[in-house]
Design a protein around this ligand. Structure first.
Ligand SMILES: Cc1cc2nc3c(=O)[nH]c(=O)nc-3n(C[C@H](O)[C@H](O)[C@H](O)COP(=O)(O)OP(=O)(O)OC[C@H]3O[C@@H](n4cnc5c(N)ncnc54)[C@H](O)[C@@H]3O)c2cc1C
Length: 382
């Protein structure tokens, strides 16, 4: 039965993740953002705490926790450093999950055991210069020559790619078959012809790395295939359905982080002789922000709980992502407003959160695409 109460294990995990975020992740978060510096040390420590293989089976070095536990930890990480949380989200929701669910035993041994401890960093390569919202329109081609696959194309916007050891790559094997011709491959770093491009100079999540990945005559065998030829699009979409719960948790964390700072500041800052939290206009903002965060958390936890209980979460994951990303942007913007001029400078952090929040409305399916997913589900099932 669905319950809003967290159990003792989940509460302890939340406490541990919060402590790590407050005491460790917070150090240097402003500088990492300014320098767009990848958080190597933080990701390593997150691996040691089990955060990089949260739901993976313990036989592959995973923490073997449920999705609800995963989103609880992810929220805490995102509350302090959203850039580190996207590395955690892509690794857990997309890379680890796809290898564990669809991969062979050899692939799990070779990759998942190292991804789950953060010895390896993973990337998910679906988007292309001309294939974002319409991800089925893959231009990257995988051609079978003898017993080898030769892959050519360009992937765009790939999170962690410059630092990745493992690349999950989607490619078209037969354009006539459209989405039914797509295959999924796992390709290790250093494979000749696989070249990450330059890091994008982003508005937010600046210390995470996002770049293109060039594939020029990349040669792999059948042992690189995840699932069957033609199953790639299904695997990509299944990954994103779960991934959206992760991005929703990330957005929730950004909102909570911005709210915490705004509330604290509103008690300290005085105007007209009283703390600004005593002005009704500020109280209305705080009430709205708090209410939206609570509603978003309910949707995120419900979607995670449903996934844990084997239910279809196509609609619920989109609802959680759409709502949480919308309110993250609203809450972060109000947090800047509550800080007045101080909100506009880096030191007070809420401007970074406002920049970080924006991408949650874009990646793993834009808000427009989430509306389409939800509406189609409503129409189909009504
Ligand atoms: C920081 C960052 C990290 C990312 N990480 C990854 C990653 O790790 N792996 C990966 O594969 N991709 C990644 N992406 C890519 C991301 O998923 C895409 O940018 C996203 O899916 C949108 O695709 P697009 O940019 O091509 O926009 P487009 O698809 O060109 O969309 C442009 C606009 O048109 C709207 N639109 C498009 N189609 C429709 C429609 N049918 N109805 C209504 N509106 C529509 C969109 O909502 C959007 O507003 C990342 C992107 C960013 C910015």
């Amino acid at each position: 039965m669905y319950s809003l109460n967290l159990d003792d294990v989940q509460l302890e995990l939340q406490r541990m993740a919060r402590q790590f975020a407050n005491e460790t992740l917070s150090k240097g978060v402003i500088e990492r953002d300014i320098k767009a510096e990848f958080p190597h040390d933080m990701i390593k420590q997150m691996g040691e705490l089990g955060f990089m293989g949260m739901t993976a089976n313990s036989k592959y070095n995973g923490a073997e926790m449920d999705t609800l536990s995963y989103v609880i930890a992810l929220e805490e990480i995102a509350r302090v450093d959203a850039a580190s949380s996207v590395v955690m989200s892509v690794q857990n929701s997309l890379v680890n999950w796809i290898i564990e669910t669809f991969g062979t035993e050899d692939q799990k041994e070779k990759y998942l055991t190292k991804l789950a401890t953060s010895e390896y960093i993973g990337s998910y390569c679906l988007s292309e210069p001309e294939a974002g919202s319409d991800a089925s329109d893959q231009h990257t081609l995988a051609e079978k020559v003898g017993d080898k696959w030769i892959i050519n194309g360009t992937k765009n916007w790939i999170t962690s790619a410059q630092n990745a050891d493992v690349f999950i790559v989607f490619a078209q094997t037969n354009p006539e078959l459209k989405h039914k011709g797509i295959a999924c491959f796992v390709i290790p770093k250093g494979t000749p012809g696989l070249e990450p491009g330059l890091k994008e100079d982003k508005m937010g999540l600046r210390s995470s790395d996002t770049c293109s990945v060039g594939l020029t005559n990349v040669e792999v065998g059948d042992d690189a295939l995840i699932g069957q030829v033609g199953e790639g699009f299904y695997i990509a979409m299944k990954g994103l359905t779960g991934g959206r719960i992760g991005i929703a948790a990330q957005a929730l964390g950004i909102a909570q982080g911005a709210f915490d700072l705004a509330l604290k500041y509103s008690k300290e800052r005085k105007t007209m002789g009283v703390p600004i939290c005593e002005h009704q206009a500020i109280q209305m903002k705080l009430a709205q922000m708090s209410m939206k965060i609570s509603a978003a958390r309910s949707l995120v936890h419900k979607a995670a709980w449903m996934k844990d209980n084997g239910m279809d979460v196509n609609r619920e994951s989109s609802e959680a992502k759409l709502f949480a990303s919308t309110i993250a942007n609203e809450v972060a913007k109000e947090a800047v407003q509550i800080h007045g001029g101080y909100g506009y400078v880096r030191e007070y952090q809420v401007e970074r959160m406002m920049r970080d929040a924006k991408v949650t409305e874009i990646y793993e399916g834009t808000s427009e695409i989430q509306h389409i997913v939800i509406a189609r589900d409503i129409i189909k099932n009504s």
